[in-house]
Design a protein around this ligand. Structure first.
Ligand code: HGY
Ligand code: MN
Ligand code: MN
Length: 424
């Protein structure tokens, strides 16, 4: 039987259409979570899904579920999806590729006139990036029961606006409960956001695992004073202390090479005036490693190192861990389904560990989950120049189609407790 394929040109065209929303000068996008531009992207996705015959449900964290009915709508659905929110200097593929690949599967099921046993759902997860509102993946985290709904809705941006207020403002404060319903399996398609697949000439990355993460916020407090008359020995220079912490964070990453990575991504200096010794600095730390024990050691080294630097520089310090999840091992039967589909379609394939976090990381806590990676140009992402080849985008969509179809036609295991769910 000729393998069923998606319409890659249509998927590419949808990606380019969505990329017009929040387009930035260097060819990227800026659609920060719950801004008007995020709303516009959501509205376009919902419009396309309705045109494809889906019903739409939105939960209290603003997660969107576009459902294509199956033969038996009492069965748990097969889900796929990712995010539409972007980094401030984000690209046209991060997140949105997984959202629109899910829509393309639904469009292709329609084209091929296929009725699946189970319903199929394409989803959009709120605030995956953790850029405007920290932490990352907070809405899929609420869905997975890792965060409470109150915690999620109370996340505030730098201006003190909360996710709850912004969801209401853009019209995506849904009424559906967040999570707590069976999902038969979940797949997320994503660009690798790193250099391996392209460098090795691979088309599909079969994602077996995702590395663990720890995010910290540090406030160093010294004393603002005049840059002229204040003698060097008596200064309490918070920015000098921060410079030493930035060096420490880099050294910790290097000390746990080759797998660990460490980043200081944000630095706010107060009062940030050229002739005032900075009295306060806020900075963020991002640790990642595919080994939980290494992350624990890095955590201890950070805490000890920051305390030493603060004492030596006569600074107060407030170091908080704001986000953490352990390494993720994806469901082996779903991973095998991705691998077999890719090989059946003749794609060059390799196993890979995800360096980035994804909503699939939290979904793996509530349902069998796997991810499909495709290369991106130069391995660059979280950058306006992020790019991919149309043939890669089509390949990932075809592998997703195979996996979703297989899972959507799986009948309940006989004898298993009734899996039927009340159709809300
Ligand atoms: O930080 C991450 O890995 C993702 O982009 N939120
Ligand atoms: Mn992403
Ligand atoms: Mn991202």
């Amino acid at each position: 039987m000729a393998e069923l394929m998606i319409n890659g040109d249509r998927l590419w065209a949808s990606l380019m259409e969505m990329a017009k929303i929040g387009a930035t000068p260097k060819g990227g996008v800026c659609r920060l979570a719950l801004t008007d531009l995020d709303r516009d992207g959501r509205d376009l996705f919902v419009k396309w899904c309705k045109e494809a015959g889906c019903t739409i449900k939105i939960d209290q964290m603003g997660n969107i579920f576009a459902r294509r009915p199956g033969r038996n709508n009492n069965l748990a659905p097969v889900g796929t999806g990712s995010h539409l929110d972007s980094q401030p200097t984000g690209g046209r593929f991060d997140g949105v590729y997984g959202v629109l690949a899910g829509l393309e599967v639904i469009r292709s099921l329609n084209d091929h006139g296929i009725e699946t046993e189970r319903p199929v759902e394409a989803s959009v997860w709120t605030n995956e990036e953790g850029s405007r509102f920290a932490p990352a993946m907070v809405a899929s985290g609420v869905y997975a029961g890792v965060f409470t709904l109150d915690y999620g809705l109370s996340r505030a941006d730098a201006d003190g606006k909360t996710m709850g207020e912004e969801l209401k403002r853009i019209g995506y404060a849904g009424t559906e409960p967040v999570g707590g319903r069976p999902v038969h399996a979940f797949f997320e398609t994503h660009i690798e956001q790193g250099p391996i697949l392209e460098a090795e000439g691979q088309t599909i990355g079969v994602v077996t695992d995702a590395q663990g993460q720890r995010w910290y916020e540090l406030v160093l407090t010294g004393q603002d004073s005049h840059a002229g008359p204040t003698p060097m020995p008596v200064r309490k220079d918070a920015l000098l202390g921060a410079a030493k912490v930035i060096q420490l964070v880099n050294q910790i990453g290097l000390a746990h090479a080759p797998l660990a990575v460490s980043t200081v991504g944000m630095l706010n200096v107060f009062p940030n005036s050229r002739n005032v010794i900075p009295g306060k600095v806020f900075l963020t730390v991002d640790f990642r490693c595919p080994d939980n024990d290494e992350l624990t050691k890095m955590d201890a080294e950070l805490k000890a190192g920051v305390a030493k630097i603060a004492a030596e520089s006569r600074l107060e310090h407030d170091l908080k861990q704001i986000f953490q999840y352990d390494c993720v091992h994806f469901d082996e039967s779903c991973v095998a389904m991705v691998r077999e589909g890719a090989q059946r379609l003749g794609y060059v394939t390799r196993n890979i560990v995800s360096g980035a976090g994804h909503d699939a990381c939290y979904m793996s806590q509530v349902t069998p989950t796997a991810m499909i990676f495709v290369p991106c140009i130069g391995g660059i992402s979280h950058n306006e120049i992020e790019d991919a080849k149309p043939e890669w985008i089509s390949a990932g969509g075809n592998v997703l189609f195979q996996a979703m179809l297989a899972k959507a036609n799986e009948l309940p295991v006989t004898g298993k407790s009734a899996e039927s769910v009340a159709v809300a």
